[in-house]
Write a protein that binds this ligand. Structure first.
Ligand SMILES: Cc1cc2nc3c(=O)[nH]c(=O)nc-3n(C[C@H](O)[C@H](O)[C@H](O)COP(=O)(O)OP(=O)(O)OC[C@H]3O[C@@H](n4cnc5c(N)ncnc54)[C@H](O)[C@@H]3O)c2cc1C
Length: 272
């Protein structure tokens, strides 16, 4: 089995983490139980006690048109997908020009911008547990019930790339901070906005160590000055506690925290 060393303070979008060994998944039999699959770490906060990590090999970085479908490998970056669609005059993927990630991470998170979500045009996924049709998968806002590595996804083909949508997505991004982050820190609770709630409890602009709830958009936990994992966790917990006390709403993390102390059910500090 191959592995490689990854410096997470450079690789992850939030610029936090040590230099760690990451196993490369070439075949599903390489998947080690209890290890955690990462994509390009645009939605992940790596802790100081991470689980064993695994990443798709670059053989899963491809995009092609086959049998009148768009077939994309799990390790393919969003920028490559957006460029391919522009070059081949395909529509429905314009939003990926402003959404960082790999196909596997995008599908697992059902990533999107407003009503444009990756599941909108999905047909099926190829996983380590075989092929799953869209109607066999539960999905919703930044949620799917997929529990196995996504190796490839197939999408409907629709021609007519729309440059005006690229401009629209660029505008949507204009109110977001430029500092390193992992995107939105919390999911928006039903009928409300995490950013509004964080601001209402006085945490917009709150800084601990090198981490801050951005003064530009409170739901972005940004790394302003060599921020550390503990600073990030402190702020996440402070926001959850204060928002719960004031509004009786539990802010659920959109960021995936990869640390043995906070994974799955072993996260007493992150639940009421
Ligand atoms: C500045 C910024 C803005 C962002 N804006 C948005 C936004 O507007 N909308 C939005 O939805 N997201 C946004 N994000 C979050 C991020 O872009 C998405 O969550 C993206 O899907 C992450 O992809 P990734 O490959 O980096 O996945 P990672 O961050 O590496 O992983 C995320 C999750 O996906 C799982 N995963 C990764 N690859 C696979 C695979 N092959 N098979 C199964 N599971 C896998 C991981 O286990 C993990 O649970 C933003 C992030 C940043 C940094």
């Amino acid at each position: 089995m191959n592995s490689k060393q990854v410096n997470f303070s450079k690789f992850s979008s939030i610029k936090i983490g040590d230099i760690l060994d990451v196993t490369l998944l070439k075949n599903c039999k390489d998947f080690v139980k209890d290890s955690y699959l990462i994509g390009s770490c645009n939605n992940i906060l790596i802790g100081t006690q991470p689980p064993p990590l695994i990443k798709l090999d670059k053989k899963y970085d491809y995009i092609k048109i086959e049998n009148n479908q768009l077939k994309i490998g799990g390790a393919t970056p969003s920028g490559k997908i957006a460029s391919f669609c522009k070059k081949n005059n395909l529509t429905n993927f314009e939003f990926l020009s402003h959404l960082p990630g790999t196909l596997g991470g995008l599908v697992f998170m059902n990533a999107g911008l407003k009503e444009y979500e990756i599941f909108n045009n999905l047909i099926s996924i190829k996983t380590c547990n075989g092929i799953k049709q869209k109607d066999e998968i539960e999905f919703g806002y930044r949620f799917t019930n997929i529990s196995t590595p996504i190796l490839e996804a197939s999408f409907n083909l629709e021609y007519g790339f729309k440059q005006n949508k690229i401009e629209l997505f660029k505008k949507m991004r204009a109110n977001q901070p430029k500092n390193p982050s992992a995107g939105s820190c919390f999911k928006n609770p039903l009928g409300d906005y995490a950013g509004r709630l964080i601001e209402s409890v006085g945490l917009k602009g709150r800084r601990v160590g090198g981490m801050e709830f951005s003064s530009i958009h409170a739901n972005f936990l940004v790394n302003v000055d060599n921020g550390k994992f503990d600073d990030a966790i402190f702020l996440i917990q402070e926001a959850q506690k204060k928002v719960y006390e004031k509004f009786n709403i539990w802010l659920e993390c959109e960021i995936v925290i990869l640390d043995k102390r906070y994974l799955g059910d072993k996260s007493p500090l992150l639940k009421p």
